[in-house]
Design a protein around this ligand. Structure first.
Ligand SMILES: [Zn+2]
Ligand SMILES: [Zn+2]
Length: 250
């Protein structure tokens, strides 16, 4: 087994808040330059840009986990990833069903376009993607679980859109693969104040909105090979796969 570097929280051009430079080719180029082996594409409440990035990743030896950064009814951000196109599509249908219909105002919130690998625009999302679904964190976690996905409450230490800011703690019966901390976390202080976090494995990701941020924060995983299932096993500490370290300042 060997060490793989993972950054599982990257926004593409499709997120209204991300730079238009976050095109599939720029994302893969930046990951490769930074020595990141595994990336997660996590746009707000949508998975529609993942496929093209995954394809480019395959051509460049970067494993791309496809999913989304879901905003729940409680305004808690959670990362969700799926093993294949069928499961991803099932989750996209769920997102489409449960995203309230509020029209995006691009001049206010930013563009919501997705592109092919040559950066031709394939489509534009009319609905504002950054608002909360009409689904609770329990409902989202259960949906992800039913699709065999990876579920990671995002930036749990942040003062907005997080488990700690919105809920105070994570319910013990929730099916969680790991929890994510932000680059600003003081782990000692946070785990002292929020003891529930000690029950989970911890990952750190960049939450990149521009290409230069990709990999700036990452997590070292011990895997036999870079596959969806091995990443999931590492997060859960199964079959000798594990998280080696979180790298907050690389
Ligand atoms: Zn977030
Ligand atoms: Zn994010």
């Amino acid at each position: 087994m060997k060490e793989y570097r993972a950054d599982l929280h990257i926004h593409s051009v499709l997120s209204p808040c991300a730079s238009l430079d976050m095109s599939p080719d720029n994302i893969i180029k930046s990951a490769t330059e930074k020595g990141i082996d595994i990336i997660g594409i996590a746009d707000h409440n949508t998975t529609k840009q993942c496929g093209v990035i995954k394809q480019l990743g395959e051509e460049n030896d970067v494993l791309v986990l496809c999913g989304a950064e879901v905003n729940t009814k409680e305004e808690v951000h959670c990362l969700a990833f799926f093993e294949n196109d069928k499961l991803l599509n099932d989750f996209q249908i769920y997102l489409d069903q449960h995203l309230p219909v509020v029209k995006n105002k691009p001049e206010l919130f930013g563009d919501q376009i997705w592109v092919d690998k040559y950066n031709n625009i394939l489509g534009e999302e009319d609905r504002l993607l950054i608002i909360g679904l009409n689904q609770s964190i329990d409902q989202v976690a259960n949906k992800v679980e039913s699709l065999g996905g990876i579920f990671i409450p995002a930036h749990v230490d942040k003062s907005r859109f997080s488990v700690s800011s919105q809920l105070g703690f994570l319910a013990a019966d929730l099916n969680v693969s790991a929890v994510e901390v932000s680059r600003l976390v003081d782990m000692e202080q946070f785990s002292e104040k929020h003891k529930w976090v000690n029950d989970y494995s911890i990952v750190a990701n960049s939450d990149a909105h521009t290409p230069d941020q990709i990999g700036s924060v990452n997590t070292s995983l011990l895997l036999n090979e870079a596959t969806f299932n091995e990443v999931k096993e590492a997060l859960l500490g199964k079959n000798g796969r594990k998280i080696i370290n979180i790298n907050l300042y690389s």
